[in-house]
Design a protein around this ligand. Structure first.
Ligand code: GTP
Length: 242
């Protein structure tokens, strides 16, 4: 072990993080994420759990699901996360790092069931653990699943990898004068309605003092920068340090 600031983290990857303009699962993007994970978990020795979303394939709350029963639509979303988890597992293992996929919905022919103590054991053995199928229940987002899993495995922070380099006061794509926050409190996020994670996830983090780091996943080396404490992105935590 290392110069890493964190010993154990939970990385939340949205489904969109797997996509590019032409593919819902882009081999190039998945390769880049896998390279970064092998660097951080393999080389730096940080214990990494990953919760994957499924929005690149299907999301229960999206227009694709119009007219569907919400529970059925969310079940489809959960299955989508398993597809992403298997893509990531394949890419990471091709690079020589052991992984285990654990699903909140049992599908023993495809992956392990989620068992908290077993997940922790895998992490201790240096394996990347990929958590799939959200919480296995409808009406919960994969952000909430990420917060829940992070707490269960004793992660010191949630790393929320996105396509923007942090949280802004307004949409930086539409407003060139948008300002990036270096840090925020959970309460700032709640009161200002900032789009960090959904409210259930923020509440869980707030109630348990779990820091959230929002950063741009697609800049190579950024996961390493985050786990070694470089001040990139936005830190959401209990109080301002200044
Ligand atoms: P230890 O031996 O405890 O270090 O961990 P391990 O994960 O290697 O042990 P195990 O013998 O349980 O698993 C061997 C392989 O089978 C691993 O690749 C697991 O991911 C896989 N595996 C274990 N349980 C299941 C399951 O329920 N379903 C599927 N599809 N694979 C499983």
């Amino acid at each position: 072990m290392t110069d890493a600031t964190y010993r154990r983290v939970l990385l939340k990857l949205s489904g969109e993080a797997f996509a590019d303009r032409d593919n819902s699962i882009s081999p190039v993007v998945v390769a880049s994420i896998a390279d970064q994970l092998v660097d951080v978990a393999g080389t730096l020795g940080v214990e990494v759990g990953v919760t994957v979303g499924g929005g690149n394939i299907f999301r229960g709350t999206s227009p694709q699901a119009t007219g569907m029963d919400r529970s059925s639509a969310d079940s489809m979303g959960m299955l989508a996360t398993v597809i992403n988890a298997l893509a990531l597992q394949d890419a990471v293992e091709k690079r020589g790092l052991q992984t285990r996929v654990q699903s909140a919905v049992e599908m023993a022919e495809i992956c392990e069931p989620y068992i908290r103590r077993r997940a922790i054991r895998h992490l201790e053995k240096g394996r990347l653990v990929i958590f799939a199928a959200g919480l296995g229940a409808p009406y919960f987002s994969t952000d909430t699943a990420a917060a829940q899993r992070a707490l269960e495995i004793g992660a010191e922070a949630i790393l929320k990898g996105t396509k923007v380099d942090g949280v802004y006061d307004k949409d930086p794509k539409q407003h060139p004068d948008a300002v990036r926050f270096e840090e925020l409190t959970y309460r700032d996020v709640q009161v200002q309605g900032l789009k960090v994670m959904d409210e259930t996830a923020i509440s869980l983090c707030k109630d348990n003092g779990l820091p959230i780091l929002v950063f741009d996943l697609l800049v190579e080396g950024n996961i390493r920068r985050i786990v070694t404490g470089e001040p990139i992105g936005t830190l959401v935590h209990a109080g301002h340090t200044n």
